[in-house]
Design a protein. Structure first.
Length: 580
């Protein structure tokens, strides 16, 4: 724009600069969803049907135990899922009913989740890290009518845990449970050793119930599933003390399963053999591992629970070429006693920034799609750059809005959109956004424009890239898992020797953050860190138990004007004390 002189200015007057245009607002949209390549049918049954038709006899999964090795082709995975669906239909499962799946990473988990969807049900992913109290909350909140679970996981017998929560489980016949504690729960089936466990049925007996159900009926129920139907329920720890149930539609889950293969750049010619030991009850692991692998015709190598030395042996034996792990697991793998002995030359898709890329037998220079931002509420990624994106393109950002996704950055207090480049709260809407939280009206979750306010801080740059700058809430992210400080504090407060408690997250090199409990004991008592941790291990999942317990005087716990503890100041104090 040409500069204009001020009124009355004569020859030789300095020109007046043109008024600067207002900065662009912090709102950006990705391409239309219809423009995204590589998407197939947008239901879970449709996804499994398509990859089975494409890759039928290819190996879909491997599961090694000390006793044997299980290998399923895609056709066998389809058959096993149909088998579960037939059994669920025989047991009376109706459309939209919820099926709890409480298992470690094993073939039956995958067959059960897809089987529930084939039968028209909703799969509910339950954490095997749950303590009895946590599991009780999950079962009540989810209202599952059927529970498919693994009898024995490390340090737990879930048959005993469930019977302890509801004694009628040990007394009723299979299918005849009438529970006042869990009024919707009718039937339980367990993978593992069978026994006279009342309402708990052995896995073989459960599957046998479906032998008279025509496969055509399951095919019909699968075909009747719509992309808008509820598909899966995952739990995420939020700002409240209890995990929140996040209900996802088929469309959202299926989009991400197809999408992850594209973001990783995988194709059938790559022969992907992925490994993970992270639980599939976290939505991110379902998308990254099952989505990226199955959509490209690869093989998932399952490890039920993480053990570094066993993981390295498994990678060597199965010629894994794509390991998927959390930051703290990379460090443990490098510290394993057999690190220098294993042959990991099969690794090809291993990020150059991880410990495995430094192994002497590995020559990978691959870069995974790590520049991404997402939440359980968006069933993982809302922004991302594909694998191998050069630094001059991603610029250290969390990626750009994915197809169908709209982002905006708002002032956390007013909710107004801030100018481009200014920090605020990240808000998102799009086709993978949740159907809602359990027990919470959708209009209390989304703003007036349908955006989900994530509670995370960040900004958009001029190119529309998202930069994440930390959480606006106090949620602690440790080793990839979210921990609610309030939940931990409520558990600590139950100890009679505790007067005041405040849990914070302190930065950690490999875990991101570690959980630290700040405790003010009663003056007339004596407490030790080991005592507090032992107390919490009986009440919280292991990843929620504080790594450190710091004892403080009451005058060291700074308060705000509203008598709330200043967590930022407390976090700085604790971090300095731990460094010392």
């Amino acid at each position: 724009m040409d500069a204009k002189p001020t009124s009355g200015s004569g020859p030789g007057s300095a020109p007046v600069p043109a008024p600067l245009s207002a900065p662009a607002p912090s709102i950006v949209s990705g391409l239309p969803l219809a423009a995204e390549p590589g998407l197939g049918t947008l239901t879970l049954p449709g996804f499994l049907r398509e990859v089975t038709a494409e890759y039928g006899e290819r190996e879909a999964l491997v599961h090694r135990t000390p006793e044997d090795v299980t290998r399923w082709s895609y056709s066998e995975l389809w058959d096993r899922a149909v088998e579960v669906a037939c059994a669920l239909r025989a047991c009376g499962l109706g459309k939209g009913e919820r099926v709890g799946v409480l298992m470690t990473n094993r073939p039956e988990w995958i067959a059960s989740v897809f089987g529930a969807s084939l039968a028209g049900g909703v799969a509910v992913a339950l954490s095997t890290f749950s303590t009895p109290a946590e599991l009780e909350h999950l079962l009540r909140a989810s209202c599952v009518s059927m529970l498919l679970f693994e009898r024995n996981v490390p340090k737990k017998d879930f048959a005993a845990v469930l019977t302890g929560l509801e004694p009628e489980i040990g007394k009723a016949a299979p299918g005849a449970l009438r529970s006042l504690s869990f009024p919707f729960l009718r039937r339980l089936a367990a993978v593992g050793e069978a026994g006279p466990d009342g309402a708990i049925e052995g896995w073989a007996a459960f599957l046998a119930r479906g032998h008279d159900v025509p496969r055509e009926l399951v095919e019909a129920t699968a075909a009747a599933v719509l992309p808008s139907d509820p598909a899966a329920l995952f739990f995420s720890s939020g700002s409240t003390s209890k995990p929140k149930g996040v209900l996802n539609a088929h469309r959202g889950v299926a989009i991400q399963l197809w999408r992850f293969g594209r973001m990783y750049g995988f194709g059938p010619e790559d022969g992907v053999r992925s490994w993970t030991a992270n639980g599939f009850f976290w939505s991110g692991n379902v998308g990254m591992v099952l989505g990226a692998t199955f959509s490209s015709g690869g093989t998932v190598v399952l490890q039920q629970s993480f053990n570094a030395a066993e993981a390295l042996e498994l990678m060597e034996a199965e010629r894994v070429n794509c390991p998927i792990a959390w930051p703290h697991q990379w460090a443990q793998l490098e510290a394993a006693p057999n690190w220098g002995e294993v042959d990991l030359s099969g690794l090809r898709f291993v990020d150059q920034g991880t410990a495995l890329a430094r192994h002497p037998t590995v020559s990978s220079t691959w870069s995974e799609p790590g520049h991404a931002f997402g939440t359980t509420e968006t069933f993982t990624i809302a922004t991302c750059f594909p694998a191998g994106t050069p630094e001059n393109v991603h610029g250290g950002s969390m990626g750009e809005a994915l197809p169908g996704v709209t982002l905006k950055i708002v002032d956390p207090l007013s909710g107004g959109v801030v100018p481009r480049g200014e920090r605020g709260e990240i808000c998102v809407k799009g086709p993978t956004l949740m159907m809602g939280y359990l027990g919470q009206p959708l209009d209390e979750t989304l703003d007036d424009e349908g955006f989900f306010r994530t509670g995370d801080g960040g900004h958009l740059d001029g190119a529309g890239r998202l930069f994440w700058e930390g959480r606006l809430t106090d949620i602690i992210k440790t080793g990839g898992a979210n921990v609610s400080p309030r939940e931990v504090d409520e558990a600590i407060a139950g100890h009679p020797g505790v007067k005041v408690t405040q849990t914070v997250g302190v930065p950690h090199e490999t875990l991101g953050e570690v959980v630290v409990a700040c405790v003010v004991p009663h003056a007339d008592g004596s407490l030790g860190a080991a005592e507090i941790r032992a107390f919490l291990r009986e009440r919280l999942a292991s990843y929620k138990v504080p790594r450190h317990v710091v004892f403080l005087r009451e005058d060291e716990v700074a308060l705000t004007g509203s008598a709330k503890i200043k967590t930022s100041e407390l976090r700085d104090l604790v971090a300095a004390r731990l460094r010392a």
